[in-house]
Structures are given as C-alpha cells and as structure tokens.
Design a protein around this ligand. Structure first.
Ligand code: SF4
Length: 712
C-alpha cells in the first residue's frame, strides 16, 4: 500500500522449548512474514517448518478461527451470546465468589498452559494462591515436564537443567533418549548435525522404541520396549561397575547414596535387562562403554522418559549414570531435559503448578510459604498442595471442584482418558475458557469464553530449555476485543476481591498496567534463590539479548553450565543417587489388547493443532492421522495400507487409516498425538490413553497404552 512501511519486530517462536528467536515482518497492522533472528543464541537465524510458517497462522483468513468477543450462555441448553467485557468478568467474579463463599476456595480451579508467558503465569498463580487461597492451579506442563522437574529435584536438589545448547558442540557422546529431536526440537537437532559434521568422532546413541528420523542418524540405536528405560540404565550401571568405569573420585566427593544403588543394580545383569528391554545384551554393554568412557557425555531427553507412571524414576535412573561417571558440570556433559513447550520453564519459575511456589520455593516449607506471603502482602499462602491435572478434572467430575478457568490450552483434546475429561467438563457448574482460538474442543464446553491475544500480539518473556529468558514482543494489535491474558486476570482479580470483601487487598496485589511491572515483581521474588535474576531487566533483554539464569544483581553474565563446582542445592551439597527399579507400564498387552501403542509428535504439527492446523502447508508432510503398524501385524489382520481400522483400548476407540511402518518392531504401533475429536469426527487419539500417573510428578502415562486393532 502506498505510504505503508514494512516494519520488523523481534520476538520468539511460540512452539517448542528450543525458543528460537524470530523477526516478525508486519505492515499496516498485519503480520506478513517471519524469519529467523540471526542474533538469537537459540537458533542463529534458523527456523524449522513450524516456525517459518508462523505468519501464515496469523494470516487474515485465520481470523475465522479466532475468539474475538466475550461470549456467555445463561444455560447449557442455549448457545453463547456476545457480551461486553464488563458483563463477562462480572459474571465470572460473581460465580467464583458465590462458589468460594458456599464451598470454600478449593471448590474452584485454574488450568493453564506452558504457552502462557511468564507474566501471565505469575498473575494467575498469585490470584489462586494469594487472593483466592487455594493451590488448585495446574497447567498442561503437568502432562509434559513434571517428571523432569521431579527427577531433577530428587537427584540434584533443584529444578534446574545443568546444560546449554552450546554443550552440544562440546560433547563427545550424545545420548538422545525418549525424544524424536529431529521432529520435536528440529533446530536443536540441527546443532547436533553441525557438531557431528565438525567432529565426526562424536558418538550418537538413540534410545527409542521406534526407528525415528533421530534414530536413523544414530551410531547405535537401542529400540527398547516401551517403558523399560530403568532396566536399561540400571544394567548400564551394572556394566560400568563390573568394568571399573565408575568415576570414584567424583562419586566420593560430590554424591551420596551410591552403595544402596549399587546393591540394586547388582541384579540388573545385561542378560536380564536384554530380556526386559527386548535388546541385544551386547548393545547394552556397548552403550555403557560409550557413556562411561567418553571424555564428555551428554543426554537429551523428553516425553519418552517423562510420560510414564514411573517418569520421575526414568529421569533419576538416567541422572544416576551421569553422577556415577562424573559426566556433569563440565563442557559437553550432563543430563539435559528438553522442554516440550515454549514456556514450561517460565511457568515452573513462578511456581505455576499445584505443588510449587514462586521462584522454586517449596510448598511444604513454612519459611518459604511465609516468604511468598510477605512478597504478595497476604497473611499466608495455603500449605496443602492443590490438585494436579488428572486429579483436578476428576474432582470436577465428582463435583468436589465446581468451577474451572481454563486458559490457553485444550484439555478436551490433550488430556488422557478423554471420556473422563469430557464428562468432567459437562458436570462442572461453571467453565471459563480463555482462548485465542474459538474452535477448540474445550471451547465447546465454555459457559464463558474470554478472547485472548496470542503470538505476535502480546508482550512478555519466556524461558527456554537452557534457562535462557527471551523477550516476546507484540508486532500488531489483537483482533476484535481480544485482550492479553495477564490483563484479563488483573481485571478479574479486582472484581473478585471486591466480592470477597478483599477489594483493597486485590487492588494492592494487582496494581499492574504493563507486563514489565509483573515481571519486575517476579524478578524480585527470585532474589537469593537458585534462579536469581535480579541482575536482569526488560531493557537488558532487549539490548543485549536472551540471558540464562541465574543472573543475580552485579553479575555480568548468566550461567552457561550449572554444578561446575560439584556443589548441589541439596541439604548436604551432594547430588543424590536414587534407587530405581524397573516397573511395568500402567497397561501391558493382553490377549484382548495385544499391541503396544506409542504416541508422539509429527514434524509439522504442534500439540492439539489449534494453530498449526490453520496452515495448509503444514499438512503436506502428514495430511491426516494414521496408525503406524509393523507389516507382520498388518498381515495377521489382513490389512493393507490405507484401510480403515478401529483402534480400541479399555477406555474408548478411534477409527482411522492404517499405514505400514518400518520404524516399528512387531507388536508395536504408533499414533501421532495431535488430532482431537473435532478433526477426527468424534473422538481424538487421547481417548485411548490411560490417566494413571507417576506418584511423585503426577504426570500421566500419555506415551503408552495397550490396544486392539481391527478392520473397520
Ligand atoms: Fe519454533 Fe521449535 Fe521450530 Fe525453533 S525449533 S522454530 S522454537 S518450533
């Protein structure tokens, strides 16, 4: 347009935890392009297919998918009607206040997302734990990273990934386990490829039941049976002990609990583990040798460890190997959990889970609770942990929780045991859904729909997998009446405060008029903590670029690597060996449900597809969900490529096409996790998965189910 100048705004990709920097190109209030930010240390200008098409997910024709105005329905028999923001938030505050007055603060809940910005997370957390007085705030990070959090805390004393992406260039042996990094974290995988090109001696070991693109690139691929990681790692430790590959000096100086673990792993001979894992014992011995004898061994892992009902111990069993060999706290070494979502880390930093408190404080610690209460200017914060994701929806279904506020996530697609979740949302007295996209499965249950701004429209910060905080910036205004998540919470909090007789307190607690004010308060809450960021500011993040925590006042740079001094944030200062035993998955194959079902990501789709599903180009890689099966299993059922099959578990079934896959061994099947009921004409894939969860992390077993498959 004549006279209109194209502008560029630096921001961050809103998909995975690599946290790539992007440059948004926009003109006349419209996003018209996106390119990689050459100055951003996570990607140096590169983008994967998802990031490179972000602008298409914000194109004018996607407006049809957006929630544009607040909508309310007065009864479940009616459709929602457009209302003003005042009516919407007054109604929400009335409902919450009435339920709290009659049933207490634990009768309401908030369910958020690792896609929220740190500032959004902070105000939601403060609202629930500070003003309302309940810990019933959980997020979809529970489905994604909570076993990594619990594993780090159990083994190392704090939820702090010790490595950086830069370590990939320094490693000599890289173990990628439970992660198809080439698809799920593509730009991190480009770094692996670069490192191997520069140093062909780097050994890549991939541990995954499927021969994924990542596994294809490996020097050694261990295609273990799903959920048998602990047996494998224990056997590797057994071999290391037998061969004298343990780093005694490191174990003696910096760890505790090794003797108890030694006793346990004595039982895990390579032969025994080979049977449990379905592996060749020689490969187990080879993996142990590579791990222990390389000058620098690093592991990168994701949902294949986390999403099991023993996910925490999966993490700890792997960390045991790093501690036993001293492969931690030095360049190119350490256990590096890859964050699935763009800001699961930021959410953890502000305490955005039902068992966490601000700045890595411990809910069970009275001093920590008092510190948070003092920071927020309230008498106390509740001691009793709130409901985790699965517990929260179960409590909605039984009526223990009456009202839920769901923000920036789609549990009616993404939670396991979908029948339970849909029943819970139907049973709930009042459901608020705060969303940028109005077409999600969860929006169908909203009594009140609050339109939210999204990528390209909002301001704040996120933290990626390597503890680097990056600015997220608005390039254009939000469409319609959509508002920023943090601002909606602030407006609601003041209205709720008045109704609860805490009007003055709410005004004092939520004085913010810009996200920077929220972030500055969060920053102050980290003073003296392991993630201290008091040396940072929005201005610095904008002028100097992303920075890794800790970055305390007076520091000149953040920490690339943690625990280089061998001192860990445990009471003794020593890292802890955790005794881990092999456990069986929540469901084992049986005569009725004879196949293992694995779930995972595709290269070009993201989560429940509310954004990537809008971009036609992203369907060219995989146009529809297909069940991947081994040819023997297909032959036995007289199935041909493209046949429709019914996949059935104990909880439900889905109908979709089948395709033969050489990536699987016989007895295994695979389904991509992205498709929900709206795009599959009824039930989404998560109807099949169990809601059994890990006792420490409460993360459900979304990776595995036992299923039967028959021609439809
Ligand atoms: Fe976005 Fe992740 Fe792709 Fe980077 S690797 S462009 S953060 S989806």
């Amino acid at each position: 347009t004549k006279g209109v100048v194209m502008a560029e705004t630096k921001s961050t990709c809103c998909y995975c935890g690599v946290g790539c920097g992007v440059v948004i190109e926009h003109e006349a209030g419209r996003i018209i392009g996106v390119k990689g930010d050459p100055d951003h240390p996570a990607n140096f200008g590169r983008l994967c297919t998802k990031g490179a098409t972000l602008h298409l997910s914000a194109a004018p024709d996607t407006l049809i998918a957006r929630a544009l105005h607040p909508e309310l329905r007065s009864s479940r028999d009616e459709g929602r009607q457009r209302v003003s923001w005042d009516t919407a938030l007054d109604t929400a505050a009335d409902k919450f206040a009435a339920i709290i007055a009659e049933h207490g603060p634990d009768a309401v809940a908030i369910y958020g997302a690792g896609q929220l910005l740190t500032e959004d997370y902070y105000v939601f957390n403060k609202l629930m734990k500070g003003l309302i007085g309940s810990n019933n705030l959980d997020t979809n990070s529970r489905l994604c990273m909570s076993s990594a959090v619990a594993g780090y805390k159990l083994s190392l004393g704090a939820d702090a990934p010790p490595c950086s992406y830069a370590d990939i260039a320094h490693t000599k042996a890289l173990f990628i386990t439970g992660s198809n990094t080439a698809f799920a974290h593509p730009i991190a995988f480009r770094r692996v490829e670069d490192a191997r090109k520069a140093n062909p001696d780097i050994q890549l070991v991939v541990i995954d039941p499927r021969r994924t693109d990542t596994a294809e690139a490996a020097d050694l691929h261990l295609a273990l049976l799903p959920g048998t990681d602990i047996a494998l790692y224990n056997a590797m430790l057994h071999v290391m002990l037998w061969e004298g590959w343990i780093n005694r000096d490191y174990v003696d100086a910096h760890t505790e609990g090794f003797d108890a673990l030694k006793k346990t792993v004595r039982e895990y001979t390579p032969a025994m583990a080979a049977t449990i894992c379905g592996l060749d014992r020689k490969h187990i011995e080879q993996a142990a040798q590579i791990f222990a004898t390389s000058p620098a061994t690093m592991s990168m892992y994701c949902q294949g460890l986390n999403q099991f009902s023993f996910g925490t111990h999966n993490n700890s069993a792997l960390i045991n190997l790093h501690l036993a060999t001293g492969q931690i706290g030095k360049p190119g070494a350490g256990p590096f959990s890859l964050t699935g979502q763009p800001n699961a880390m930021g959410g953890r930093e502000v305490g955005g889970l039902s068992n966490l408190l601000s700045a890595h404080r411990d809910m069970a610690n009275a001093e920590h609770r008092a510190e948070v209460a003092a920071l927020w200017g309230v008498d106390s914060v509740p001691e009793k942990p709130g409901k985790s994701a699965v517990e929260l929806f179960k409590a909605l279904q039984t009526g223990e929780i009456k009202a839920v506020w769901i923000a920036c996530t789609n549990p009616a697609q993404s939670m396991p045991d979908q029948a339970l979740i849909h029943e819970a949302l139907k049973t709930a007295e009042f459901v608020i859904v705060q969303e940028a996209f109005g077409h999600t499965e969860t929006c169908a249950y909203a009594d009140l729909l609050l339109p939210a701004s999204t990528w390209g429209e909002k301001d704040g910060t996120v933290t990626n997998s390597e503890r680097a905080i990056t600015r997220v910036r608005a390039a254009v205004s939000a469409p319609g009446e959509a508002r920023h998540d943090w601002a909606i919470v602030v407006d609601f909090a003041r209205r709720l405060g008045t109704r609860l007789g805490k009007g003055e307190l709410a005004a004092r607690m939520f004085p913010y008029s810009a996200p920077e004010e929220v972030w500055n308060e969060h920053r102050e809450s980290t003073r003296g903590r392991d993630l201290d960021i008091t040396g940072l500011s929005y201005t610095m993040l904008e002028t100097v670029g992303p920075q890794q925590w800790p970055f305390p006042e007076g520091a000149s740079q953040g920490k690339v690597r943690l625990y280089e001094d061998g001192i860990f944030p445990t009471p003794s200062g020593r890292a802890r060996f955790v005794v881990t035993e092999h456990r069986i998955t929540a469901e084992s194959p049986s005569a009725r449900y004879p196949l293992h079902l694995n779930t995972g990501r595709l290269r070009d789709q993201w989560h429940g597809m509310s954004r990537t599903g809008l971009v036609a180009r992203l369907y060219s890689h995989e146009p529809e969900p297909m069940l991947h099966m081994h040819k023997d299993d297909m032959e036995r059922r007289q199935l041909a490529n493209g046949d429709l099959v019914k996949v059935k578990s104990k909880r439900g079934d889905v109908v979709l096409k089948v395709v033969e896959s050489a990536t699987l061994r016989a007895g295994q099947s695979f389904l991509p996790m992205h498709w929900g009921g709206n795009t599959m004409g009824g039930q989404g894939v998560n109807v099949l998965l169990p809601s059994d969860f890990d006792p420490y992390s409460k993360q459900p077993e979304l990776k595995h189910a036992a299923v039967q498959v028959e021609k439809y």
